[in-house]
Design a protein around this ligand. Structure first.
Ligand code: 1GP
Length: 244
């Protein structure tokens, strides 16, 4: 089973958790430690990437050290065309649909397409949509942020992802956001699309995680929680246990 088939096999049966590891923030050793503790806590997939630029050699080094610690599938979550490593199991080949800058909608993708295909790595197409407050990724990605009350617009973007043939849609509030995306938006998006819905940004604990999966998210992503806690295992375990 490839990574996407594993994700799809769980839809409607089990809510999934992805741990985002940003090697630019956590370093090589720190990334490996988060991976090890996240696996112990029961996370389903590891995402590596973020909005800060990372070279291929940095990505390779981080992926290598993570692979020593865990057998979990690693998915690249790229912030630019150079954020790539052949050591990952898959890449989210994503387009920032509500960017004002075509670089994030299509140009990075055009630059990376041949490399991705020639590497033989699994590519999972994804529509990426950024909501208020957007944080760093909203600024770097020049997003026309969708407001907390703009449910109809959110549904239109998510449907656009599906109708363009994308395999997944990611609703992002931005890493470290004080508040996650509103329940109403998640509920409305889930009602209208058939592709898996990922929600991330600002999920700090079990209560928020439960609220988000009850609203309809198939997968939640957390990143900052593991970077800021002194007990990665317990912090992630309480979130992951709450959504099962
Ligand atoms: C960022 O959605 C992810 O792309 C994770 O956000 O760091 O706030 O958990 P947090």
């Amino acid at each position: 089973m490839n990574v996407y088939e594993k994700i799809v096999a769980n839809i409607g049966r089990k809510k999934m958790h992805m741990t985002l590891i940003d090697p630019a923030t956590s370093g090589v050793e720190g990334s490996a430690k988060i991976a090890r503790e996240a696996e112990r806590a029961g996370t389903d997939f590891l995402l590596i990437g973020g909005s800060t630029h990372l070279t291929i050699s940095h990505m390779d080094e981080s992926a290598r050290s993570i692979k020593k610690e865990t057998d979990l599938p690693i998915i690249i979550f790229p912030g630019s065309s150079s954020m790539f490593t052949k050591l990952a199991d898959a890449i989210f080949f994503m387009s920032l649909l509500n960017s004002r800058d075509r670089e994030f909608i299509m140009d990075h993708q055009v630059k990376a397409a041949r490399i991705v295909r020639e590497s033989g790595i699994e590519s999972i197409s994804m529509g990426y949509i950024i909501f208020e407050p957007g944080m760093t990724v909203g600024k770097v990605g020049k997003a026309n942020l969708i407001g907390r009350g703009e449910s109809e617009l959110a549904v239109s973007y998510a449907l656009t992802a599906e109708l363009l043939g994308m395999s997944m849609v990611y609703l992002e509030a931005g890493s470290g956001a004080p508040e996650h995306i509103s329940k109403d938006i998640i509920h409305d998006v889930k009602k209208h699309v058939t592709i898996p819905v990922i929600v991330g940004g600002g999920i700090k604990g079990a209560n928020e995680a439960v609220e988000i999966v009850r609203a309809g998210a198939d997968i939640i992503v957390t990143g900052t929680v593991a970077e800021r806690t002194t007990d990665i295992y317990s912090s992630l375990k309480s979130i992951i246990d709450s959504i099962r």
